[in-house]
Write a protein that binds this ligand. Structure first.
Ligand code: IDP
Ligand code: MG
Length: 140
């Protein structure tokens, strides 16, 4: 069993597709091991996306991530990191495969509804960034 961090970003919450997004992960065998709806402070969003600090879209991305409530989740399952990213689809919805969350719901490369950790080390860092062990449940 593997754990990964997923976020339903502020655009997904505004579109009222929280349930739809979670359903797609659950149907693919993922289980919610932790979940909370919150807002991020600017400082939290900046640090979360610090790898993109030098990219031209960084400030706009941070503005977007603090623009409203979002849903933070730890998803657990076999090959969760890879599987969640497959279900999400490509970063740019114009390039996302049919049937993926981003293809079906995202408006732009920035407002693309979901986040999923991209590797074992980032998944470990990102899950512990937002959740303590007391908020996380092994669902396997
Ligand atoms: P990912 O979310 O598919 O892993 P990353 O390259 O890690 O994509 O980028 C993180 C987030 O930054 C994206 O999900 C998207 O919200 C935003 N982003 C990425 N590339 C661009 C861009 O070229 N313009 C605007 N926003 C972008
Ligand atoms: Mg990424």
């Amino acid at each position: 069993m593997e754990q990964t961090l997923s976020i339903i970003k502020p655009d997904g919450v505004k579109k009222n597709v929280i349930g739809e997004v979670i359903l797609r992960f659950e149907k693919a065998g993922m289980r919610v091991a932790a979940i909370k709806m919150t807002t991020l402070t600017r400082r939290q969003a900046e640090a979360f996306y610090v790898v993109h600090k030098e990219r031209p879209f960084y400030q706009s991305l941070v503005d977007f991530m603090v623009s409203g409530p979002l849903v933070l989740m730890i998803l657990e399952g076999k090959d969760a990191i890879k599987k969640v990213r497959e279900i999400m689809g490509a970063t740019n919805p114009a390039e996302a495969a049919e049937g993926t969350i981003r293809k079906d719901f995202a408006d732009s490369i920035e407002a693309n509804v979901v986040h999923g950790s991209d590797a074992t080390d980032t998944a470990a860092y990102e899950t512990s960034y937002f959740f303590s062990v007391f908020e996380t449940f092994n669902r396997g």
